[in-house]
Design a protein around this ligand. Structure first.
Ligand SMILES: [Zn+2]
Ligand SMILES: [Zn+2]
Length: 75
């Protein structure tokens, strides 16, 4: 079974902010945020949802948010 290592606390993913190169904090899964927009989600996000888990990254320095796709691993 494939699990997301970030959701399951196996790894601490650290992103780098494209704006200011600070470390970004990984937040919840994108799906958590976008529940109400679920119908508008890009097709490829849905198609990939079995292999990757999308998370928000937030830069505490400049406030930028990005989405990262975390590759799921075999449990
Ligand atoms: Zn995840
Ligand atoms: Zn930043």
């Amino acid at each position: 079974m494939l699990i997301c290592p970030v959701c399951n606390g196996i790894i601490d993913y650290i992103g780098i902010c494209p704006n200011c190169k600070s470390q970004m904090k990984v937040q919840d899964r994108v799906e958590t945020y976008f529940d109400e927009y679920a119908q508008n989600l890009e097709q490829n996000l849905l198609e990939n949802s079995k292999q990757v888990c999308s998370h928000y990254c937030y830069c505490e320095n400049c406030g930028k948010t990005t989405t990262v796709k975390i590759e799921k691993i075999q449990e």
